[in-house]
Design a protein around this ligand. Sequence first.
Ligand SMILES: Cc1cc2nc3c(=O)[nH]c(=O)nc-3n(C[C@H](O)[C@H](O)[C@H](O)COP(=O)(O)OP(=O)(O)OC[C@H]3O[C@@H](n4cnc5c(N)ncnc54)[C@H](O)[C@@H]3O)c2cc1C
Length: 431
Amino acid sequence: MNYLNIFMGRKLNQLSFDVVVIGGGASGMMAAFWSAKKGARVVLIEKNKDLGKKVLATGKGRCNITQENFNKESVIEAFGKKGRFLFSGLNQFDVAKTKDFFEKNGLKLKTERGGRVFPKSDNAQEVIDFFKKLLTENGVVYEKETFIKSFEIKNGEIKKIVTKKSEIKAKKVILCTGGKSYPTTGSTGDGYKWAKEFGHKIIKPIPALSPIKTINKWAYELQGVSLKNVNLSIFQNDKKQTERFGEMLFTHYGISGPIVLDVSKEVGKLIKKDRVKISIDLKPALEFKELEKRIQKDFEKYHTRKFANSLNNLLPQKMIPVIIKLSKIDPNKKCCEISKEKRKDLTSLLKNLTLNVEDLVGFDNAIITSGGIDLGEIDQKTMQSKKIKNLYLAGEIIDLDGPTGGFNLQLCWTTGYLAGISAPARLFIKN
Ligand SMILES: Cc1cc2nc3c(=O)[nH]c(=O)nc-3n(C[C@H](O)[C@H](O)[C@H](O)COP(=O)(O)OP(=O)(O)OC[C@H]3O[C@@H](n4cnc5c(N)ncnc54)[C@H](O)[C@@H]3O)c2cc1C
């Protein structure tokens, strides 16, 4: 019999469940489905009005659901040394199995440039609807707008969960409350506080994949300008720390976009020690000399034009006034009147457009949280806590964070699956 039907006629506080999943994000929905699929009576508790609020924001509303190139070989590059923690999970539920799971259950997928996988519909809402259907079909009860107040722990096990509406008895608990980034989606770090109470060590959460605030106000004037195929280098004390090639964006507080998000974790660490500079090479395909020649050619072609009207082939329209200001060349000067020295300075500016970092934008706009529950205290095969016997952990709450491109959601699918199948595993074995 569908457990939902039994539930409908009774009050939540009169029931006990085999598995209580806390947090209805990507990892929680995945874990709840697999626990139910394994035969457990499952309740999914979410404090928001609906499930998956953060999923709706992913991939700019398109949901970059996974990453084709996420495998045992690339996991260290993506997640650092800690990525080894996922080896066992990937053996059980890798990208191919994840894609299979979505497609076989009716969500069609497509792969784009860079191995980014999206729903064919380009609509993140479809992912939520997909899970809601599966959860309902498998009898998962989902309790929305329900806030956990406390836990009752006896003999190293969670016995009861007290919410503002009820007390829920649980045999197993899966904690999937996410990190601290984008708190408006519900991820306010509650799980860290509880995990600490349970005796877990929390690696200090810091914003990662965060836009960067710059001191230079000219950057704000470029708000909305998106640059493709640029090279971004990070410097501290004149020493290059790291670099990225690709796409970036100017915002009202500084810079964002894929390559900026990717270097942000490192910038966040560096800025705590000393000042950080960012150099943008707007024309990385051309060596300094080649670019200088190209500018010279343009100036010869437009020799009677004002400097202000000579950069159209070189830069996006909105960038031209800013570059003119920074170049300190009189915009009314004719191209033929610009000295070789000034031309060189302009070339330098385009090869090395420098920004001074104020800070990361912070949790409010960070895509992901770095830090979280110490991996050494979690069994990587099952996601079971080594501190509390009947507790399982999945998703962003654990101390793993990856780059953009679908890596972070795949982490949720893999760990959600592991916790989901492992939590009920011993429930139905007769003594
Ligand atoms: C703007 C944006 C775009 C992104 N785009 C992508 C992308 O395209 N691809 C990708 O791979 N990753 C992307 N990410 C990252 C990805 O969304 C997250 O890593 C992932 O959603 C984390 O899922 P989670 O289930 O661990 O946690 P969350 O999604 O944070 O879910 C946790 C849930 O727990 C609930 N909760 C918290 N506290 C309580 C409580 N006390 N009681 C009850 N419920 C509670 C919250 O309301 C929330 O619904 C993006 C992130 C952002 C912010």
